[in-house]
Design a binder for this molecule. Structure first.
Ligand code: NAG
Ligand code: NAG
Length: 412
């Protein structure tokens, strides 16, 4: 009798479990080296040769609960789930941002720009330091496949803390994905560098005329623009997704939270006192380089860092033509040297001539300190053998703030 009874209990548990899964209709996380891991697909991205998609997707799938994110990876895949080459679809960038939405408010328009006037949404942002841009939590570009994003123990990016959610709101995530279909285009590099002449664009996305001296950049490859394709190229539509993988652990007191900062070499703070962060810039072709045998264009800028703490992770972001990026402390000590990894083949993840990865920095825990108010200097090198439009020079760094709360130091 008791045997049957316990079988009955097991049976009921199985039914209950199946019911829970069915209700969720979502796969459950897998476990791997003590981390939970989930793979998600973005909304469908529709492209045809030469076309650009740069859309904002609200309320994306993201792990629920109070957790510490340990890594966030992504890649573009087709409808069969196969990875798509950068030679066909250039991933200009993807960005994941957090926001708070008023409970019970209507569903988001899935493509709108976040610069809206919507009282039921509060955009969250990272810890700084640009004024209105580069406020994402996660994000990379073409270099996504070969750039390490894992955060070493005991650190993690804390999300889903119910105490941080404004009352009456819920925490949600937004994904901005910018892809350029370069199948059949006349100049793939030019299309990926958003050269205005190739897009035949003279107005920005708001319909405002562009400065005639503006040669290229984000203002010429906005959503719906079209890069020049070769004659006779058939317009074959294609449906793609950003497949993203989040790894995390459930929150616990043993996790040390890190803050996310983004620095931009175009930040004019040194001269203007504001963190305007222009996001991108141009590299002019060197006219003297040939004789001097130097084709390096160097851009340097400094910012004052707002908190004291330990650098846990750092990575630079560069486009094609990039030769290296570095971040220095005030005394000249190198915090991080992050270099582009160029593909040399034809296979996915190794596309010749493309930046397929950036090297990353993981200072020994506690070894790389920054003090509040310290001047940090960024240095970004690009090749000036050719001119480039719309290149970038960003540093993404994770810092454990140690000035305010020394408890964390004691706890491990
Ligand atoms: C470029 O744009 C102009 C004005 O919008 C249009 O008249 C012209 O046909 C376009 N050229 C090409 C090559 O598409
Ligand atoms: C940038 O180029 C200059 C000059 O060639 C070199 O001295 C410097 O080390 C380079 N920096 C980085 C970050 O690659």
């Amino acid at each position: 009798m008791s045997l049957i009874g316990s079988q009955g209990v097991v049976f009921l548990l199985v039914i209950a479990l199946l019911a829970t899964c069915g209700q969720n209709s979502k796969a459950r996380p897998t476990f791997e080296n003590g981390l939970k891991s989930m793979v998600y697909l973005s909304s469908k991205i529709t492209l045809h040769p030469g076309s650009v998609s740069n859309k904002y997707y609200y309320d994306i799938e993201f792990p629920k609960g109070h957790i510490a994110v340990k890594s966030f990876n992504a890649e573009v895949v087709d409808e069969a789930g196969n990875p798509v080459s950068l030679q066909q679809t250039y991933l200009h960038h993807w960005i994941a941002s957090r926001y708070y939405e008023r409970v019970g408010s209507e569903d988001r328009n899935y493509n709108a720009n976040p610069g809206f006037d919507q009282s039921d949404i509060i955009m969250d942002r990272n810890a700084g330091i640009c004024d209105h841009v580069l406020d994402q939590f996660f994000g990379l570009g073409a270099e996504t496949r070969k750039t390490s994003t894992h955060i070493p123990d005991p650190y993690g990016i804390e999300v889903g803390n119910p105490l941080e959610v404004p009352s009456g709101y819920e925490e949600k995530w937004m994904l901005n994905i910018h892809t350029i279909d370069t199948r059949g285009v006349v100049d793939a590099l030019g299309c990926t560098e958003c050269r205005c002449d190739l897009y035949n664009v003279t107005n920005d996305k708001y319909g405002q005329p562009l400065d005639p001296n503006y040669g290229g950049g984000l203002s010429c490859c906005y959503d719906g623009t079209q890069c020049k394709v070769k004659n006779g190229i058939e317009s074959v539509e294609r449906h793609l997704y950003l497949k993203y993988t989040v790894k995390w652990v459930d929150w616990s007191d043993s996790i040390v939270p890190v803050k996310i900062f983004m620095l931009d070499v175009t930040d004019t703070w040194q001269n203007t006192g504001i963190h305007d962060c222009l996001v991108e810039y141009d590299v002019e072709q060197s006219t003297t380089g040939i004789s001097a045998n130097d084709h390096t264009s160097t851009r340097i800028s400094s910012v004052k860092f707002p908190i004291s703490g330990d650098v846990v992770y750092a990575v630079g972001h560069q486009h094609r033509g990039g030769l290296g990026s570095a971040l220095y402390r005030k005394d000249g000590r190198e915090i991080c040297l992050s270099k582009p990894i160029y593909g040399i083949g034809n296979e996915v993840g190794n596309e010749a001539g493309y930046v397929v990865g950036m090297s990353t920095c993981y200072p020994k825990p506690g070894s790389m300190k920054i003090v509040e108010g310290e001047t940090l200097t960024m240095e970004f090198n690009y090749s000036s053998e050719k001119s480039h439009t719309g290149v970038m020079g960003h540093f993404y760094i994770l810092v454990f703030e140690s000035s305010m709360d020394s408890n964390y130091l004691v706890s491990w």
